[in-house]
Ligand binder design. Structure first.
Ligand code: C2O
Length: 534
């Protein structure tokens, strides 16, 4: 095993897109940021120095951080922010994972421009469990605003109005052309006959996305750094925070093919249908050849998302078994959604709130992991309810429930190594919406999902306990539910939240506290000496 050293300098960088220039916060002046390359088992050391006037933290999304929660990154959850002029060494080991993940800022909306890829190769000499690709390519999908994103967010939290939707989607930092502003868009260069491993990352803030390459199917082999059974599809569905490795064989006629990326939004609150344009280009394509075109599914094509998710199964081979917990010690049922609360200072006298079991999470002013580790009282309570406060027809017409939200910094406590089943129940409190839910510190197995209200008597009978897909972020179906299982084998404080940044801002989040175990390697390690203070 090696130590992989990286220097991350947070700096402002002038960037021009859509024919307008603004200053953005970047790592080392790059958008997207630098790629971290490592092998399974390696130790990663990222020295972050903050040269801007914003507080910063970085999250290594999907990295398990076994016993190293101090390096996980969400501001005020596992660490206090790294203030202007300060530095912090993120030090962690990549244990039992290989594939593609992403890193991103985890404070305010800085992840709009502070994000990049994490590529974890298998241990030396260990092959992929699929045909070796000739080449590998990273594809990072994102969103771009012409305005300053931090200014916009501060305005919307004060006004209670929803934030603007992005002005464009980007592929590896490039927009396509828009009327009045030419731009070539990103080009993926391929050679006839070769096979490519595409490492696709959704780093967008607020959009689940469809991704499609004209004329070509791709074969998914890995999601969220966990191997899957090979699954061939013409359309990829990928939520923010999710990653997908897929094989692409360049076996069509030499030419240029459109790569289309467009949002999925079943409830079209604000119309956001900007398709990003990129191209697949075979070597030897004539300079002016017109591209082969394609269209992505309609913005509200829920059945396409459902079919895609149904196609994903753990590889579950002898070498890579799916270790699904077969018994459940904590059976949790969380309703998730967005409601409306009165707000005297807001423009319309109200504001949106994100709620889990009707609780909107209030960010603490000191990091929860420190409060937990040092036993500082009064920062959080550990009484997060296992069930919603009352039964209502979650996915029916239930507008009245909008006004029953409570606030709090409440955690759910898990003993070390206990097994958890969590049913995430989408609601229609304002409107049905699909929520990409992310759990820090764990991979989980998606044992079931469906539309409507979860039926505790019958749905578990249909659970897939044999080869459910293993992930760290799950799209909870629109007006439906998803059931996940995991083992609480990582002591610390772990964030669970919707990965649509707008919903996180509104409070659609909570934390799990996992206690230390009794054994020698079952406690969280002591905090590093340079851990920032609040
Ligand atoms: Cu990728 Cu808590 O997020």
């Amino acid at each position: 095993c090696k130590v992989r050293l990286y220097d991350f300098r947070v700096v402002l960088t002038n960037t021009t897109k859509l024919c307008s220039t603004k200053s953005i916060v970047t790592i080392n002046g790059k958008f997207p940021g630098p790629t971290i390359y490592a092998r399974e088992g390696d130790n990663v050391n990222i020295n972050l120095t903050n040269h801007v006037q914003y507080n910063v933290t970085i999250h290594w999304h999907g990295v398990r951080q076994l016993r190293t929660g101090w390096a996980d990154g969400p501001a005020y959850i596992t660490q206090c922010p790294i203030q202007p002029g300060q530095s912090y060494l993120y030090n962690f080991t990549l244990t039992g994972q290989r594939g593609t993940l992403l890193w991103h800022a985890h404070i305010s909306w800085l992840r709009a421009t502070i994000h990049g890829a994490i590529v974890i190769f298998p241990k030396k000499g260990v092959p992929y469990p699929f045909p070796k690709p000739d080449k590998e390519k990273i594809i990072i999908l994102g969103e771009w605003w012409k305005t300053d994103v931090e200014v916009m967010v501060n305005q919307t939290t004060q006004s209670g109005l929803p934030p603007n939707i992005s002005d464009a989607h980007v592929v590896n930092g490039q927009t396509g052309a828009v009327p009045g502003c030419p731009s070539p868009g990103f080009t993926l260069h391929v050679e006839s006959g070769k096979t490519y491993l595409l490492r696709i990352i959704n780093a967008a803030l607020n959009d689940e996305l469809f991704f499609k390459i004209a004329g070509h199917n791709i074969t998914v082999v890995e999601v969220d750094a966990a191997y899957t059974k090979a699954f061939s599809t013409d359309t990829l569905f990928i939520g923010p925070g999710q990653t997908t490795n897929a094989l692409l064989t360049a076996d069509k006629s030499v030419g240029k093919y459109l790569i289309a990326v467009s949002p999925f939004m079943d409830t079209v609150v604000a119309v956001d249908n900007v398709t990003a344009i990129a191209f697949l280009r075979y070597k030897g394509t004539a300079v002016f050849s017109p591209p082969v075109l394609t269209t992505t599914p309609a913005i509200n094509a829920t059945p396409v998302t459902s079919a895609f998710m149904d196609g994903l199964r753990s590889l579950n081979s002898r070498k890579y078994p799916a270790s699904v917990p077969l018994t459940v010690e904590h059976s949790l049922y969380f309703t998730i959604g967005v409601g409306i609360d009165p707000c005297a200072t807001c423009v319309n006298g109200r504001k949106a709130v994100g709620v889990i079991n009707n609780i909107s999470f209030i960010m603490p002013t000191t990091a929860l992991l420190q409060a937990h580790y040092y036993g500082i009282s009064g920062v959080f309570t550990d009484d997060f309810p296992a069930l919603p406060p009352n039964y209502f027809n979650y996915t029916g017409n239930n507008t009245a429930f909008n006004l029953q939200t409570t606030n709090g910094t409440r955690a759910y406590r898990l003993s070390f190594n206990s097994t958890v089943q969590l049913v995430l129940q989408g609601t229609t409190m304002i409107a049905p919406e699909s929520h990409p839910f992310h759990l820090h510190g764990f991979n989980f197995f998606v044992v079931g999902k469906g539309f409507g209200n979860f039926d505790p008597d019958n749905d578990p009978k249909k659970f897939n306990l044999a080869d459910p897909v293993e992930r760290n972020t799950i799209s909870v179906p629109t007006a439906g539910w998803a059931a996940i299982r995991f083992r609480a084998d990582n002591p610390g404080v772990w964030f669970l939240h919707c990965h649509l940044e707008v919903h996180t801002t509104w409070g659609l989040k909570m934390v799990f506290v996992v206690d230390n175990g009794e054994g020698p390697n079952e406690s969280i390690l002591p905090p590093p000496s340079d851990l920032p203070s609040c």
